[in-house]
Design a protein around this ligand. Structure first.
Ligand code: SAM
Length: 238
């Protein structure tokens, strides 16, 4: 066979195509976004910790579905400065801090009860998330007004009668585009948010305040314990 004929043969073309595929595949590097999606050692450690505790949260902690929802909000919006009011033994704090480990952020979480604060601190350590959390043993009635903003994410889950005040204190410190969330809250026509309909005291008034506040885009996530989710809108678009 002549040389020019050999170059056109199917075998030769297949060999060249294979070689090209190998060269191109070898030069492809994962994009930063794809790299972020890969499971890290920390992810494995947090998951293992959450799995080991899945039936062991007994101090009014959020259900996992709400933890996952909060995690998704923080990661999606790339929030980095978070405040939690009501740490308890740390379940929601772990979800928040885990999300902040992705965005490079930090959480301030506040708990008044010493035993719960101690247990939460141990849980954060065990989950490998301590460096993302500033856990304060304090009365939120005193500490929240003193916190220096700005913040971009708030999770309110302490004494329900104080929800409206926590909201009023934190809203001016929340960045535009930031998110204020509160637990055990449903919209005003349902059990938890309603006035005089057996809802938890305090949350009905809070929902009224939330819905009456201009410049917020509020929705309610009801798959778990009830979560209000309010984004602060830029001035001029409401
Ligand atoms: C519903 S639990 C929080 C659950 C927690 N977010 C979780 O999912 O793991 C409410 C917590 O708020 C705390 N708390 C109540 N009043 C408080 C206050 N004034 N200051 C700080 N913490 C308070 C309670 O001691 C309790 O541990």
């Amino acid at each position: 066979m002549k040389r020019s004929q050999a170059m056109k043969s199917p075998t030769w073309r297949t060999a060249v195509a294979l070689l090209l595929i190998i060269v191109i595949a070898g030069s492809i590097r994962p994009t930063p976004a794809a790299a972020q999606d890969q499971e890290t050692d920390l992810d494995r450690r947090v998951r293992a910790f959450l799995d080991s505790r899945s039936r062991g949260w007994r101090d009014m902690n959020v259900p996992a579905v709400d933890g996952q929802k909060i995690y998704d909000i923080i990661v999606e919006h790339e929030y980095t400065r978070a405040v939690e009011i009501g740490t308890s033994t740390g379940h929601s704090g772990i979800w928040i801090a885990w999300a902040l480990s992705k965005t490079g952020g930090k959480l301030i979480t506040i708990e008044i009860d010493e035993r719960r604060h101690r247990e939460a601190t141990a849980a954060f350590e065990e989950a490998g998330l301590s460096e993302y959390i500033d856990a304060r043993l304090a009365n939120a009635h005193e500490l929240v007004p003193q916190l220096e903003g700005p913040f971009d994410f708030v999770f309110s889950d302490a004494d329900k009668d104080w929800y409206t005040r926590y909201f009023e204190w934190m809203l001016p410190k929340l960045e535009v585009g930031g998110c204020f969330t509160a637990h055990n809250v449903r919209n005003s026509s349902s059990r938890y948010g309603g006035r005089g309909r057996g809802g938890q005291s305090g949350t009905g008034a809070f929902v009224q305040a939330l819905l009456a506040t201009e410049g917020l885009d509020t929705t309610f996530f009801t798959s778990g314990g009830g979560l209000s989710i309010s984004y602060k809108l830029p001035p001029g678009i409401f």
